[in-house]
Design a protein around this ligand. Structure first.
Ligand code: AMP
Ligand code: MG
Length: 472
């Protein structure tokens, strides 16, 4: 059977200023590591023979109907504007409209140099490819908007970083790859016509009910607010919330040095390049507002009188913290089994988070254990916890079925950093068993899975991974 992708491309119909056409570079000997059957079905992709899929998802064969291109964008990196980024190691093959009616991008990441590669080699090594595969699929299973992974291919080539490493290509699927930086570039260039064209495109593709640049801004704000609150609820730290990694669709995008917290500490930073903690766990809501403000500045440049837009844009941006807080409260209420809001909920949640931080408890396991007889074990000073628990149980009296709600909001399984590192080490030596196992277990994060409880354990002191590195 031959592979078929029912491409229906829209980005390639936009003016050439938005991208540069580029076919993927050929690799030496592509071999298929993983192919996501469920996602393929959703996209309408008919799988083919393993070797054919390796050729296509390794970049050696351009499938019929694809119109490969690299997208242009700019962005603020750690607060500083970089006027030209773009897909330096990614190529959009095209889009399909899925069985759910949603249009999605199919993109190869690590498929060679493009017009925007600057000094980079356009390649990716196996580690970040498998990390993104596992974490993005886990995120999806957790019910959090995210790009997804359709395939991973080993290229049979060596990629040079500090040392020689096995090369790989990830096939990534996204609602779109439009970023805040996709708009910033045209605003800064004073190219109002392109800015208008892209705004119209984004509205049509993601928010057809919204109208005009301010409608888009409002819609992105709402989507990003939900997203960041969802990250906070599972202890996720993106690590590089630059505006070029901030998606217009409100999906988690560009998994680099991201990580889930084990021990809860609000100022946790994993990324080795984030020396000042700009993108620490607790700073993520503030950064999301900062990023939205950059989008606002860009979008108003297309108004006949940008000054007139300032007031409305400011009001939209200023409403974001309260919106995020509302989603955050809703998420943490659910984590405590609360469906009907009460005034004291914020204090109840904050008190618990304070205890978890003081006790250096595991974020995921503590929430999962609440209401069971192992909850106390999560605390080194359980007496304080006992007092909190008494309050909480009093509060729970009015709740219909808190345990059921908690079991679908507090995951048992998250992609723990030490497990990811162990999985990568095994894969580099040719053993993909841990990779497949992680995918399988993380597909059901809310189920107990008694045979897999080893994957619930926090790292032992010698397993702790203190820092994560960018995918470059
Ligand atoms: P990221 O940190 O993954 O968001 O990437 C930031 C920018 O650097 C994007 O424009 C990437 O396309 C580019 N980039 C990252 N790694 C490479 C690479 N190995 N070769 C070329 N460009 C890259
Ligand atoms: Mg990026």
């Amino acid at each position: 059977m031959s592979m078929h992708i029912p491409f229906d491309n829209s980005y390639a119909r936009l003016a050439p200023v938005f991208y540069s056409k580029q076919v993927p570079e050929v690799v030496k000997s592509p071999s298929l590591i993983a192919f996501n059957q469920d996602l393929a079905q959703l996209l309408g992709v008919t799988p083919g023979e393993t070797d054919e899929m390796a050729q296509v998802f390794g970049g050696n064969e351009v499938p019929a109907g694809a119109e490969p291109l690299a997208q242009l964008y700019a962005g603020h990196q750690f607060g500083n504007y970089n006027p030209q980024l773009g897909d330096g190691r990614a190529i959009l093959l095209g889009e399909t409209v899925g069985s759910d009616g949603i249009r999605r991008d199919i993109q190869l990441k690590g498929s060679g140099r493009t017009a925007y590669s600057r000094s980079g080699d356009g390649r990716a090594w196996l580690g970040p490819v498998l990390r993104e595969y596992v974490v993005s699929e886990a995120m999806h299973a957790l019910g959090i908007p995210t790009t997804r992974a359709l395939a991973a291919v080993a290229t049979g080539e060596t990629v040079w970083r500090e040392t020689g490493l096995p090369g790989a290509v990830l096939t990534r699927v996204a609602g779109s790859h439009l970023r805040v930086g996709s708009f910033e570039i045209f605003a800064r260039r004073g190219d109002t016509a392109s800015l208008k064209e892209l705004t119209k495109y984004a509205l049509q593709r993601h928010y057809p009910q919204a109208e005009g640049p301010m409608g888009l801004l409002r819609a992105v704000r709402d989507a990003q607010s939900k997203l960041i609150a969802a990250w906070m609820g599972v202890g996720f730290i993106h690590g590089v919330m630059n505006t070029d990694n901030s998606s217009i669709s409100g999906e988690t995008i560009d998994y680099g040095p991201c990580a889930f917290m084990d021990v809860y500490h609000p100022q946790t930073v994993f990324s080795s390049i984030d020396r000042n903690g700009r993108y620490a766990y607790d700073n993520q809501p503030d950064i999301a507002v900062w990023n939205l403000a950059q989008l606002a500045s860009a979008l108003i440049q297309q108004l006949d009188d940008p000054q007139e837009g300032v007031e409305e844009a400011t009001e939209i941006v200023h409403a974001m913290p309260a919106l995020m807080q509302e989603h955050w409260l809703q998420n943490f209420r659910a984590k405590l089994g609360i469906t009907t809001p009460h005034d004291g909920d914020l204090i109840l949640i904050s008190d618990l988070l304070g205890l978890i931080a003081q006790n250096q408890s595991d974020f995921t396991n503590t929430f999962r254990a609440l209401g069971t007889d192992t909850a106390r074990d999560q605390f080194t000073k359980p007496v304080e916890y006992d007092a909190w628990q008494t309050n909480w149980q009093e509060r729970m009296k009015d709740e219909p079925d808190p345990q059921a709600l908690m079991r679908r909001t507090n995951p048992a399984y998250i992609p723990r950093n030490h497990r990811i590192e162990q999985m990568i080490t095994a894969a580099v030596s040719g053993d993909y068993t841990p990779f497949h196992r992680l995918n399988q277990v993380l597909a059901q994060p809310f189920s107990d899975q008694p045979k897999n409880t080893d994957l619930r354990h926090p790292p032992t002191p010698d397993e702790v991974v203190p820092a994560t590195f960018c995918g470059t």
